[in-house]
Design a protein. Structure first.
Length: 98
């Protein structure tokens, strides 16, 4: 489990405890809303960070695929190019054009 997964799980447990506290009158509604908004903001930051990291991984993936496709030994091997085009049609079309 990644640190982001653990952090989200911990936050979920915290929110559940806040809701339980409201039910037992240990926290008032205004404080609950304030705490919940803060937690939602933190989760939003986590989601934005993950989205950015996923975008970076995708860009690196596309770079590596296009790098492999641009190698002359790969381009001169019809069976290998056919497999690449089968598994990575979008990337192979871009890589073959360059």
């Amino acid at each position: 489990m990644s640190s982001e997964d653990n952090e989200i799980k911990t936050r979920r447990e915290y929110i559940q405890s806040l809701i339980s506290s409201l039910g037992s009158d240990q926290i008032n509604r205004e404080n609950l809303i304030s705490e919940m908004l803060e937690e939602f903001n933190k989760l939003y930051v986590i989601i934005e960070t993950l989205n950015s990291e996923i975008s970076q991984v995708r860009e690196l993936y596309n770079f590596v695929i296009n790098l492999i496709i641009s190698i002359p030994e790969v381009q001169n091997n019809p069976s290998l190019m056919a497999k690449i085009q089968e598994f990575y049609p979008e990337e192979s079309a871009r890589g073959h054009e360059s």
